[in-house]
Design a protein around this ligand. Structure first.
Ligand SMILES: C[S@@+](CC[C@H](N)C(=O)[O-])C[C@H]1O[C@@H](n2cnc3c(N)ncnc32)[C@H](O)[C@@H]1O
Length: 221
């Protein structure tokens, strides 16, 4: 990290970063460590969670333009979290918190069941080599974990520039009993609240098409 990013951790982390009680690994979350969102954000509001928020461009833009909603950025990349805090401070964003932890564990252990109104996964690592495909985030196991966290009628939004991964996401989520497609045709419209990030620009420049997907969390029985 640069000196500025180190300073962000010292000066801004107390305002923005949620403490996640750890299990064994440094970015793990201990089972039973659930937060109370009303206590953390100090109000009762819709909660939007972005998994793999990178430098924070999408979530800072969203948090600034939707002051009545609350936002949580989930990342394991320390320098990206520092950048996010610096930009959040510059934009005087107060409805955003960050957590440095492995996303599936955040969804399973840190967030209470049914507490998330929108879950965003934009440009997750594509792991495009065949031998690495198994490291991808969006799997049937992940769909079940996401379904636990998202509230009835809540939305799961995804975007990727890797066609094969987009197809995998669609196959996995079409098969997940807790989710229903929120689009007609092959892919979803571009989500209007998703700003252009460096990853999207890189994909487009390399000639890759961007694909969006959106799913609604079915009502629990
Ligand atoms: C390709 S980048 C995209 C970042 C951002 N969404 C964007 O569009 O610019 C994927 C991000 O996901 C983060 N990531 C990967 N696996 C993760 C996990 N298990 N938990 C939390 N973040 C993760 C990486 O650190 C990386 O910053």
């Amino acid at each position: 990290m640069t000196d500025g990013q180190e300073r962000a951790w010292t000066d801004l982390a107390p305002r923005y970063v949620l403490h996640a009680p750890r299990d064994e690994a440094a970015t793990s979350v201990r089972p039973g460590a659930a937060i109370d969102p009303r206590e953390v954000w100090g109000r009762d509001a819709a909660l939007i969670v972005e998994v793999g928020s990178g430098q924070g461009h999408a979530i800072i833009h969203a948090a600034s333009s939707r002051p009545d909603d609350d936002f949580l950025a989930v990342e394991v990349f320390t320098a990206g979290l520092a950048r996010t805090m610096l930009d959040a401070e510059k934009a005087a964003v107060r409805n955003l918190r960050l957590v440095e932890a492995n996303a599936p564990e955040v969804l399973e252990h840190l967030l209470p069941p049914g507490s998330v109104d929108e879950l965003w996964i934009f440009f997750p690592d594509p792991w495009h080599k065949n031998k690495h495909n198994k490291r991808r985030l969006v799997t049937p196991e992940f769909a079940a974990i996401a379904a636990r966290a998202v509230t009835d009628g809540g939305v799961l939004r995804l975007a990727t520039d890797w066609e094969q991964y987009a197809r995998q996401m669609r196959e996995v989520l079409d098969a997940a009993p807790e989710f229903a497609r929120a689009f007609e045709g092959e892919w979803s419209e571009r989500f209007a609240g998703r700003v252009l990030t460096a990853f999207e620009r890189k994909g487009t420049r390399a000639g890759r098409e961007i694909r969006d997907l959106a799913y609604i969390r079915r009502v629990r029985e």
